[in-house]
Design a protein around this ligand. Sequence first.
Ligand code: 28F
Length: 642
Amino acid sequence: MEKYNHKYGAEQIQVLEGLEAVRKRPGMYIGSTSIRGLHHLVYEIVDNGVDEALAGYCTEINVIIEEGNVISVTDNGRGIPVEIHPKTHISTAETVYTVLHAGGKFGGDSGYKVSGGLHGVGASVVNALSTWAEVTIKRDGGLYQMSFEKGKTVKKLERIGDAEGTGTKVRFLADDTIFESLDYDFEVLEKRFREIAFLTKGLKITIEDQREETPKKSEFCYEGGLVSFVEYLNKNKEKLHKTPIYIEKDGEVPVEIAIQYTSSYSENIYTFVNNINTIEGGTHLEGFKRALTKVMNDYARAHNILKEKDSNLQGEDIREGITAVVSVKVKEPQFEGQTKTKLGNSEVTGVVQSMVNEALATFLEENPTVAKAILEKCISASRAREAARKARELVRKKSNLETSTLPGKLADCSSKNADECEVYIVEGDSAGGSAKQGRDRKFQAILPLWGKMLNVEKARADKIYGNDKLNPVIVAIGAGIGAEFDVTKIRYGKVIIMADADVDGSHIRTLLLTFFFRYMRPLIENGNVYLAQPPLYKLSKKGMEDRYCYAEDDLEKAYKELEEKGITRDSLSLQRYKGLGEMNPEQLWDTTMNPETRILIKVTMEDAIKADEIFTLLMGDEVEPRREFIQQNAKYVKNLDI
Ligand code: 28F
């Protein structure tokens, strides 16, 4: 009898404790057990394949959502090492999949560990949170396989045959006792893989969805890397120069940047650290902005575009119309901010700044036509800002933000405590009227908007301030706009957009979200913006309480429930709400405004970015893509009021 059961050596106990910890508090490791956490499982596995690509050994990664929501990820890298570890008598592959943070190339290894949104929790976490997982490795001419259940090894790694080529294939079924749903969102995954392909030049990533009758498949491969990325971001905009600027520098902190200016007025700078989308920016963005401002001003002075007497171009003038992608690789990234997507490493500011100072200045000297086109745009932006400042002064005098002579249309609430107050921005005077009557005037203010909002895509800041449709929104919220916006000054804790469920309503919603995204971004980041959810249908019958349905499949569910109570479908009368105006004040209160019964959707940054993209498509200068978008999406608009 051996003196101890080697099955439970120190290593195994560590493994069991690790898995236990992960399964007990999954949120600690993957952020949440919602659909976002579920998607992180896929990103984590794919990122290990991306590491193989960054190390130079993998050129293709294939992702499949099989029926039953099994995920399969295959790469053609070297294959995880299969030799047995001298100390633990366990193969390296099994260690990577069972020991927390043993996976990938943490620390020592030459390559960079890129990591999903949650900073490389490692394959072992995915394993622990899966009902089962199976790893197949092709290496040294052999085919190896091992499998797990809830992170525990059920089949140790063994050679099961011969194999051509090398690579790693992982299949797993996420544990539905942990995740609320296993219903992967193809579009969300597709968007992330497109992004990874842009960030990893030459890597081919395919994603296939086999859950439906007709499988869907997309594949992404961009030899142009970040240059292709900015071209993709600008596909619906008028470019100021044909070829994007591309500068890169290898070294302790590799930096890659692509820039292409457009005729629009918005600033779109996307920043990444180890392929993580740092939505909240950080030191790499800071370094980029500083250097960009310096290089553009130096160039303008050196080429007499700025005269001695002219003041410097401001950062916001120089960034108007810019689309840029900044991608850095950092060995030990420190993430800060509310959603841990802000880079904190202070040394990175200087690295990016000096690299841009040098490489961008050189690029402009070597490409005078591009430089000229960009500088012209900066100069006109500077003039418009000057005009905006004057217009703002005028607006301030006229509307006097401080003593807030509030817009006439605003029916304010009596409470002055912003945390409990909410303002409904309502489309149309009739709905505005019912909302004013139906509301609780203690904490609910109503601001009716009429007709089409301003097309903020085409207007510059000077027109925004003076615009009679947006100005009431700016004054009502009372926290200024643009660089002066101060979210601590908002007069309402909730800004609720209430518009019809039809095309016009979605137009107003897109415009307002784009406006908030571009001129009051902290309002969204801070979670103050909501969408009211009016009902689509009302089912009624004498002697029965009215039944409201807020989505198409709600209606079916309601019919079934009522049938179970013996109320037949044809005994019910169905009203489809075409617009808010069809509801009387009590109904509007009960269905859409009463905090006890209403449904509010909180707007996230992703929603706003999506609205911004759709807005650019619908309202930008390029006509062709708009026609294409409407043709593609027209079939989805079931109830277009012709
Ligand atoms: C479908 C998911 O996980 N691919 C991977 C490799 C390759 C190596 C490796 C992975 C433990 C700590 C070294 C091979 N040969 N796709 C994947 N491919 N892990 S994960 O090594 C992990 C070891 O660092 C590998 C030589 N060196 C590394």
